[in-house]
Design a binder for this molecule. Structure first.
Ligand code: ADP
Ligand code: MG
Length: 377
């Protein structure tokens, strides 16, 4: 059957963009996985369960354990405790350790170096050593065709742009048809515009391969764009997992909220079940009167009104961010400036007096210690 597949791939015109070969996706489960390096607990009881074919974005700041988790899934690192399962079978744990080459798990490193002395098709065929040379070549060509680079097959990597190198690395990762594909900050080396394009292309290919995927990123927007679900990692533990919209709407704590949205943070005091601020009162029933709280207002939830309407404010500064403008304002009774994101064409003049209103749907209330009061357990 492999030979037939290879023959079909060989017949394909090199310039044609093929479809990614379909994989049998696997369920990937981390059960209470911890990893210790000396004193340093890099992973702290991580549990995650990815159904077959899911794209999960693992989001977190540098040093929080993202790479370590991928390395453990791939089998290049062993967990200190806990288990990793593929389709319910233990591949790492107290009783078993399946080596990387027997797992069907592909790992695309953050600094995916291509081999400069190998042609591009040889680079892609590198992980296909279990196939005959002709078969490996055919599979590699098919993967290259899928990323639109079959015409470079016999060239060497130095002629490629950054985006093209990225696509070759992706072809190399999908060529063995892994049932689980792990990508470590795959777009971090690309400039923003190219990054968006390559990200969309990659997502289309991931969906086509149907492999179960973890994509690591420290960019919240990227995570929300790419992931069927997002897992937020902090200091080695999973803070929250869910669909992007759920994390955005109901972040578990103030740090999670800051990750997913640009916020104004306003001090509040609880009175009669409401968090009272200079900007108005917002429901906070689970807190006792007299307690302190933090009211977060998304920057896009601050509305600009005519002078004399709403709460008076003065425009201190304006920054244009393309389609939107960031308006910095002084509000009486607030120590810090208040920021609003408005359409570029609605931006007021610096120094002008305006009124502001707050969109209630853009408010999140947190306890003083940063925990959410918005119904997330
Ligand atoms: P991330 O990928 O999220 O930036 P890492 O998984 O690379 O984070 O690292 C998590 C923590 O584990 C860091 O504190 C890092 O210094 C530590 N660490 C990672 N690999 C090793 C190692 N081989 N030896 C010792 N410490 C390590
Ligand atoms: Mg890393």
């Amino acid at each position: 059957m492999k030979a037939g597949r290879a023959a079909r791939a060989l017949k394909r015109a090199p310039s044609e963009r093929g479809r990614a070969r379909v994989t049998f996706a696997a369920r990937l489960t981390f059960e209470d996985v911890s990893k210790r390096y000396g004193e340093n607990l890099a992973l702290d009881h991580v549990s995650l369960d990815l159904p077959p074919g899911e794209v999960l974005c693992l989001l977190g700041p540098s040093g929080c354990g993202k790479t370590t988790l991928l390395r453990i899934a791939a089998g290049v690192e062993r967990p200190t405790s806990g288990r990793v399962l593929l389709d319910g079978q233990e591949v790492a744990g107290p009783d078993r350790f399946v080596p990387p080459e027997k797992r069907g798990v592909g790992l695309m490193f953050q600094d995916f170096a291509l081999f400069p002395h190998l042609t591009i098709v040889q680079n892609v065929a590198f992980g296909l050593r279990s196939l005959s040379r002709a078969e490996a070549n055919a599979e590699a060509l098919a993967a290259l065709a899928r990323v639109g680079l079959a015409h470079y097959a016999n060239e060497y990597p130095h002629i490629l742009s950054g985006g093209e190198q990225q696509r070759v690395a992706l072809a190399r990762a999908i060529a063995p048809r892994p049932s689980v594909l792990l990508m470590d900050e795959p777009f971090s080396g690309l400039d923003p515009r190219l990054r968006e394009k390559i990200r969309e292309e990659t997502l289309a290919i991931l969906h086509e391969t149907r492999a179960t995927c973890i994509v690591v990123t420290h960019d919240a927007e990227e995570a929300m764009r790419m992931g069927d679900r997002v897992a937020l990692l902090r200091q080695g533990h999973v803070v929250q997992t869910g669909r992007a919209l759920d994390l955005y709407r109901a972040p578990k704590d103030i740090l999670a909220a800051r990750t997913f949205s640009d916020l104004n943070e306003v001090p509040a005091r609880i009175e009669n079940g409401s968090a009272k601020t200079v900007l108005g009162s917002f429901p906070a029933r689970s807190l006792a009167d007299g307690e302190d709280a933090i009211v977060c207002v998304r920057q896009r939830g601050v509305r600009l009104l005519a002078p004399g309407e709403g709460i008076p404010a003065r425009v201190l500064d304006l920054r244009f961010l393309g389609d939107v403008a960031l308006v910095e304002m002084a509000v009486q009774g607030l120590d810090a400036p208040l920021f609003a994101r408005v359409r570029e064409s609605d931006a007021p003049k610096v120094g002008s007096e305006v009124g502001i209103g707050v969109d209630e749907g853009a408010v999140l209330v947190f306890e003083e210690n940063g925990n959410s009061l918005n119904g997330v357990s």
